[in-house]
Design a protein around this ligand. Structure first.
Ligand code: C5P
Length: 227
């Protein structure tokens, strides 16, 4: 296989607001890889239930899952998420969707569908993919596995800024509580819980510049490959 044909996978896992998507996106840009945010896939499935006023129960999820089609499109280096033909990118990060998404993401059939979709991306591209189970389930043979952490204070601050950009103003203590609750559900669920795999490199992003972490990750990849 020539160097050009070789496909690389960087798996980035971590809890809520640990910096995954910001860092993953920047690493992908630096290396010219495709960036896939798997959280947005689970968020899009959740949005389907909210938009159609369908209560989120395991039974309803099983009976509706085949009506949900998620695709992505690249637009000026930004990933656009399409749910059944509609660009829903701007609707995925509300506080309400964030609260509901773990209830959808813990259901086996949802995970099976999403993982299938996620693996498709790696067939033809070198990718940076972020989520909760990328190194443990989706790509156990990933070229590089990163596990991100950050202090609760910093994570809540990031969430607050993120929501404020979208016009939602929520008290920082409520956000701290939401972060801990969401992480707890993600870590304790039966299907593909959030874990740090043994061979993942841990990066604590607290107080870091994004560019420092991006450099660390690209250097790690370069050391392992011939890029
Ligand atoms: O990464 P983000 O915070 O946007 O993810 C939203 C939610 O989607 C997580 O809290 C988790 O419940 C779910 N998720 C998951 N597996 C992934 C990515 C996200 O279960 N690979």
């Amino acid at each position: 296989m020539t160097k050009k044909e070789q496909k690389y996978i960087i798996a980035i896992d971590g809890g809520v607001a640990t910096g995954k998507s910001t860092i993953a996106k920047a690493v992908a840009k630096e290396l010219n890889f495709v960036y896939i945010n798997t959280g947005d896939m689970y968020r899009a499935v959740t949005l389907y239930f909210v938009q159609n006023n369908i209560e989120i129960t395991d039974e309803n999820i099983v009976s509706n899952i085949n009506d949900i089609k998620i695709t992505f499109r690249l637009e000026n280096n930004n990933v656009i998420t399409i749910l059944n033909g509609e660009d829903v990118t701007e609707k995925l990060h509300s506080a309400n969707i964030s609260k509901l998404v773990p209830l959808v993401a813990k259901v086996k059939i949802v995970r099976e569908k999403m993982v299938e979709l996620q693996r498709e991306f790696a067939k033809n591209n070198s990718i940076v993919m972020d989520g909760r189970d990328i190194a443990s389930v989706v790509f156990p043979n990933a070229t590089l596995k990163i596990f991100l952490t950050a202090s609760l204070d910093e994570r809540a601050r990031r969430r607050k800024l993120d929501l404020e950009k979208r016009g939602e103003y929520i008290d920082i203590d409520i956000l701290k509580n939401d972060i801990l609750k969401r992480d707890k559900i993600d870590m304790e669920r039966e299907e593909s819980p959030l874990i740090k795999v043994e061979d993942a490199v841990v990066i604590d992003t607290t107080g870091h510049n994004i560019s420092d972490d991006v450099n660390t990750i690209t250097e790690l990849l370069k050391r392992r490959t011939e890029i």
